[in-house]
Every structure is written in C-alpha cells, then in structure tokens.
Design a protein around this ligand. Structure first.
Ligand code: PLP
Length: 285
C-alpha cells in the first residue's frame, strides 16, 4: 500500500512518525473516514468541512491548501487502485521534540498529516446490511466534546469489546437515560412512520452520513423528529437503524436482547439505505 505522510507518497513500511508526536503521546489529533464506492468519494465536501471545524475547535492550523485534500485523496485512490473501501485521514498537532502538556508554537511545530486507503471489495453487500445488527447499551463515559472527531477512541473501542463479549455487533452509549449515539455511528428509531434521532449538540458527533441522509429524507414524505430517545423506546420502536461513512445506513434489529419490530431489517431502514446509496453515489466525486 502507498500511503501519504507530510507531503510524500511512501510505501506503508517507509512511513514513520516520531515517538514524540502528540497524536501518539497525547491523542492530540483529529481524523476523518471517507467512503469510496465504485471509485467515487462519498460526501467528500462534508468530511472536508468537518475536518476544518475539528481542527479549528482544538486549535490546530489547517495544513491543507484549497483543493489539496481532494487531490491527495484522488492520488491515493489511483496509486492503490481502490474500487471500494475508504480513506482514513489523521492530522495531529505534530512533534514538539519532547512531552509537554502545553501546545507547541504552531509557527515552529507543524501538524503531522497521514492518509491511507482501506480496500473493502463489495462494501455495499455486507452481512449487517442484509440481516441488521444487534446492539447492547453501555454507559456514556466519553468526554463532552463528542462533536470534535478526535482520535481518542479508547472508550469506544472498549464499548465494542463489551459488545463482542456479549456476542452482538455494537454498543450504544446511554447518558442520563437517553441514547447519545453508537460506538462509531449515529442512531435512529422509527415509530409510526416517523424517524427519531438525537439533535446535534456537543453530545454527539455531527455525522456526515446523518446530514446527507436527512437532506435526502427531506425530499420524501417521511417525517423526522430530532429529539433524544431511551433504550425502552428503541425496544418498542417499529424499526431502528444507524449511519456512518463506513456502514452507510444499516438496520438495527435488536437492542439489549429485545427484538426491534419484527426483529428483521425494517422497510423504512431498507428504503433509506437505498436512497442514501443512490443519492450519495450520484453526488459522489
Ligand atoms: N458517531 C461517532 C462516535 C462516530 O465515530 C462516527 C463515525 O466514525 C459517526 C457518529 C458517524 O459519522 P459519519 O457519518 O460522518 O461517518
């Protein structure tokens, strides 16, 4: 695999980052994942805009000139001959030369930029899309700026491990009795034909797939209510689903051991997956 590191395209085993890099030592970095389907980037502009916002929120200078990020994405896709999969991007505050809590002077220390491709042939035909996923709830223990897409993914990883141990697919975080989001996705329930999902705030990541899907749904007759919901509501819902760049729209069929609706992917979730994929591919670049 050819990867991108600080302006260079390198074989992955030649791409090296300092042990002092703040991304490594402090988790001082933000990231994005952009889906690739049929050689097209989905929702690229949204991911670029969120990256700019994340960098701004933690005060890392945006290292990309206008158009540069897209050019790097395209170059990596071409060099690695990627048809389906994704591109991972990470920008850390860089290497200050030693460990220090205080941010280094941005005039001296430049951000570390890493991008690499992930090939997933036939990414649209997943088992989880076909059969839906099962989830458990776990306490929400992340920090309270979940709107910033930082690489601090220890607790989400632990939540995934709890799910794995429970022989299910994923975990939903619950705070003050309400679901915030999934370990790496935004979550929804459908009741009486209405899609219910938590409104944007610092409580959740502002999903790019969520934003695109809600734009597409606005063109249909399906109503959306942005409000928090509980696990009991999810268990009593007609349907449930989740969204993310790597899973698109994926049905959720079980929450904490209770089947949602029929226990099979619901018609609205399946239709939304089709709508999202069709529209995102049409708009893909
Ligand atoms: N919420 C969390 C915590 C995530 O990690 C992700 C994706 O990684 C999402 C939501 C979905 O965001 P997007 O649709 O931009 O991939």
């Amino acid at each position: 695999r050819i990867v991108y590191l600080n302006g260079e395209y390198l074989p992955e085993d030649k791409a090296k980052v300092s042990i002092f890099d703040r991304g490594f030592v402090m988790g001082d970095a933000v990231y994005e994942v952009t889906a690739v389907v049929g050689r097209k980037l989905l929702d690229f502009a949204g991911h670029e805009a969120r990256l700019t916002r994340s960098l701004g929120e933690i005060g890392i200078e945006n290292p990309f000139a206008e158009g540069e990020l897209l050019a790097i994405h395209r170059e990596l896709l071409a060099r690695n001959d990627i048809e389906d999969g994704g591109i991972y991007l990470q920008v850390s505050r860089g290497n200050p030369g030693d460990r220090d809590f205080v941010f280094p002077d941005p005039a001296v220390v430049k951000p570390t930029v890493v991008l690499y491709t992930q090939s997933k042939p036939g990414v649209l035909q997943s088992e989880s899309a076909l059969h839906g996923v099962r989830v458990i709830s776990v306490p929400e223990l992340r920090w309270h700026r979940r709107d910033i897409k930082t690489v601090q993914l220890l607790y989400p990883s632990m939540a995934k491990m709890m799910a794995k141990k429970a022989h299910v697919d994923d975990a939903w975080f619950v705070e003050d009795g309400f679901v915030t989001e999934g370990s790496s996705n935004n979550v929804y329930i459908v009741k009486d034909g209405v899609i219910i999902t938590r409104p944007l705030s610092t409580d959740i990541l502002h999903g790019i797939t969520r934003a695109a899907l809600l734009r597409y749904v606005a063109e249909t007759q399906i109503a959306v209510e942005e409000r928090p919901f509980t696990i009991a509501e999810a268990q009593a819902a007609d349907e449930s689903f989740l969204t993310s760049a790597s899973s698109f729209v994926t049905p959720v069929v079980e929450v904490d051991g209770v089947a949602v609706g029929t226990g099979k992917p619901g018609p609205i979730a399946q239709r939304l997956r089709e709508i999202y994929i069709e529209e995102a591919l049409k708009a893909g670049i």
